[in-house]
Design a protein around this ligand. Structure first.
Ligand SMILES: [Zn+2]
Length: 274
């Protein structure tokens, strides 16, 4: 038995659809929090992302569902989505995510943070792969730009798109901080959003990795418009919050800009548009 009082300091669980739970995790190191999901099929349950807390997230998930928990699938490599991976019996991810997911968090955030189990096997997934939880079919769609390992998970049965950090209403960073790969551009992000738009008749709701869910799928249109404005040369707003949660955006040279359109907020670097 786990001490639920202790867990409730770090997790807040909300039922957002039948057999679908959002678990928001929050710690002093991730004040921006992250939204993780538990999906139940007829035969088993699967977690989408594992948050970042000092607790055994798998034990918590097992206390919430009567079904066997198949494992966790990561939307991308970042520490605030992969921290609890090592407790799960199976970890699905894009192989590009492994290096980031197994980098200790104190390397990313500085200072002392919790110890995490980082020694686990991964089960690779790729574009077009299907995971069936028993009358609940999920499809993997690769959409790397915010992080090259990013995947969306399309719940074809329930018409929900789980989008990780590539498509969210808060602050969607595309190559705007840290050392980015040359492929992490607004152009790449826009092409990925077009890829999702081509599938838009297959979902009604979007569940991102931060800032709450579910969101109406109009969000995708707003993000497409914001990306297109950047690609067409709109300068964006240099007056952006210099701190993003842990405070890792430095904008002394004013190269990081914000583009906002209705629900979409894109953070980008003017040197990484194309
Ligand atoms: Zn991320």
């Amino acid at each position: 038995m786990i001490d639920l009082n202790l867990y409730e300091e770090y997790y807040h669980m909300t039922k957002i659809f039948p057999h679908t739970f959002m678990v928001s995790s929050k710690t002093q190191h991730t004040p921006f929090g992250s939204d993780n999901y538990i999906l139940e099929g007829d035969e088993c349950a699967l977690c989408i992302d594992s948050g970042m807390t000092p607790l055994d997230y798998y034990a918590y998930v097992c206390s919430l569902t009567d079904l066997p928990v198949l494992g966790v699938i990561n939307t991308h490599s970042h520490f605030d989505h992969t921290g609890g991976n090592g407790y799960f019996p199976k970890v699905f991810m894009n192989p590009l995510a492994e290096k980031g997911a197994k980098t200790p968090f104190n390397d990313a955030l500085g200072g002392e943070v919790y110890e995490y189990p980082l020694d686990y096997e991964i089960t690779p997934v790729k574009d077009g792969d299907i995971i069936d939880l028993g009358s609940r079919v999920l499809e993997i769609i690769e959409i790397g730009a915010h992080d090259l390992s990013s995947i969306a998970i399309l719940d074809k049965t329930n018409r929900i798109l789980f989008s990780g950090d590539e498509l969210e209403s808060g602050w969607c960073n595309i190559g705007s901080f840290g050392p980015a790969d040359p492929r992490q551009t607004i152009l790449t992000h826009y092409q990925n959003m077009r890829k999702l738009k081509a599938r838009a008749d297959e979902f009604d709701w979007i569940c991102p990795g931060h800032h709450g869910a579910p969101l109406p799928k109009d969000l995708l249109n707003h993000v497409l418009i914001a990306d297109k404005m950047i690609l067409d040369g709109a300068p964006g707003d240099p007056n952006i919050p210099l701190k993003n949660g842990g405070g890792f955006i430095k904008n002394e040279d004013q190269k990081v800009r914000a583009m906002r359109y209705k629900m979409a907020h894109i953070g980008f670097n003017i040197d990484r548009v194309r």
